[in-house]
Design a protein around this ligand. Sequence first.
Ligand SMILES: [Zn+2]
Length: 265
Amino acid sequence: MKFYDAHNHLQDDRFAGRQGELLAVCEKAGGVRMVVNGACESDWPQVFALARENKMVLPSFGYHPWHLHERTPDWRKNLLKFLDEVPSAVGEIGLDRWKPDLSYDGQEEVFLAQLQIAAERNLPVSIHCLQAWGRLLELLQNNPRPARGIVLHSFGGAAEMVPALAKLGAYFSFPGYFLHERKLRQRETFKLVPADRLLIETDAPDQHLPEEKILHPLVAADGKPLNHPANLPAVYAGLAEFLGEKIGPLAARVEENFQRVFGGL
Ligand SMILES: [Zn+2]
């Protein structure tokens, strides 16, 4: 079986230089490609380097709302430089009204500037959204979007919003974190996602699976647990079980979807 990780952060410093080792384990586990999302100017070079070293890595460059305060006056020019350098996606970008003490000032402006770049170049874009779903829908409805689609990573919006977002070209990406018992509402929502719009992700090193489903335990230097990207098959298996589907057909469907939105990069 072939597995595609629609969203992770393999460049994360918490992996402490073990990326080569992690990629080898992913490959052994059936991983074919992973979208590695940069989050700020300081980690774009690491994402770029990983893509150079390993074909499995599909690089993605963007400013995440949690890092906006770090942006330099040249951030947009810098972003274009990376997008010009290597076939890549745009992301992780987004809107966040959930994180305590995070300012919302400037979030929409930076989000729209990046959405526009993705639309102009017809590049897939990975979107993070927490407690701003109504506003995100409005912004997507009223601005140009990439024709090949947009990826809503760890989609946790209301079930009622799925049809409107799907109409705008959205793909809905399911993380292993939603396999926790308490995430039933988020899992139920995925029953309404159109068959041709489903993606699966690890969001490694974050979004831990329930303890008993973890295939590859991993611990950071400081002793804190990390989500190993090779846990991806367990996310597929967990979702297949929840949807009452066999994992084979589900994986085939996700492969088609992944190729449709990220193909050619
Ligand atoms: Zn992410």
